[in-house]
Write a protein that binds this ligand. Sequence first.
Ligand SMILES: Cc1cc2nc3c(=O)[nH]c(=O)nc-3n(C[C@H](O)[C@H](O)[C@H](O)COP(=O)(O)O)c2cc1C
Length: 343
Amino acid sequence: MELWESASIGNMTLRNRTVRSATNEHLAGRDGAITEALVECYEELAAHQVGLVITGHYAVDALARVDAGQPSLDERTDRTLLKTAADRIHAKGGKVAIQLNHGGLKASEKLNGRPSRGPMELTAEDRADLLKKYRFAARLAREAGFDGVQVHMAHGYLLSSFLNPKENTRTDRYGGSVENRFRFPGEVLRAVREEWGPEAPVLVKVNCDAVEDLHQVLKLCQEAGASAAEISGIRFASEEINGEPFYLKKVIEAREGISMPLILVGGITSRKAAEQVLQAGIPFVSFSRSLICEPDFIEKLKNGAEKSRCTHCNHCFQVYRERYRRCILHKKEIPQLRETFGA
Ligand SMILES: Cc1cc2nc3c(=O)[nH]c(=O)nc-3n(C[C@H](O)[C@H](O)[C@H](O)COP(=O)(O)O)c2cc1C
């Protein structure tokens, strides 16, 4: 497998095997509105050869956002701007999947004005309401011309917590065995699949840790209709940096019998690491922090660069929230962001 050959997920064909992993851009406007700055951020990635841009997480429930920079996808969303986002990425030869999320226990009480809620707090009525919200958001994205959708089941948000036996100790059909813990994430996945139709790219993102049995989770995702699974880890920000992809070994151990394409993310900042992933038979390579640091990193790789300047220092978590810069290596503010948000 070659990084620069085209490859498919469901009925979507990508120009190469690179993916921009969902990364909260912290560029939403007031009350989670999509902004021109957010659109420009996607467009910039597509202009620099990223095969598939996965957007940062969009909140399907405007009252379960995790921070003020996170956009939501609901009745108030500007559909024209959403369509502009998809069109502008396509004009640069890229494809785009929107990531859908519910903040769960990580939702901000201060921002949302209500306590965060995880699997233990959600009633049957809440779950039914949430399924409607996932469906609505998925439909908006499809109608706007997005190429695919990713259901976020990783990193400690609501669906991740359902899968995590430490956070989900329910004793009903939604807790206990892995099949039961997957029940609600599976219902979400099936609902999104129904909205998008049988051939469309409906992706998931899962943790390789905090799930007890990655193989079983992948199998359940596949059975529930996932077109591809991206694998990350709940502790990605504190993994040891040694030039190796963080989760390669875990995925190799778990993938037997899994036929949907896998996408690996975590710690991949060099050509060598990206090629190692493909050589192991994993068809897509995904990047987050190296693309915060250098939005043109994929193009640089294509032109012969060996390594990103990103050192995984994690300052982006803070710097991003300040909104006018992205990475501590960026000396200059991004002028259009100051224009969008004011001084
Ligand atoms: C600032 C920042 C924001 C992130 N936002 C998201 C997000 O919205 N959705 C998501 O699934 N992962 C998010 N991630 C995690 C990345 O997608 C990725 O899984 C993780 O950073 C490991 O990849 P890397 O080593 O290439 O950075 C974020 C990471 C960072 C650093």
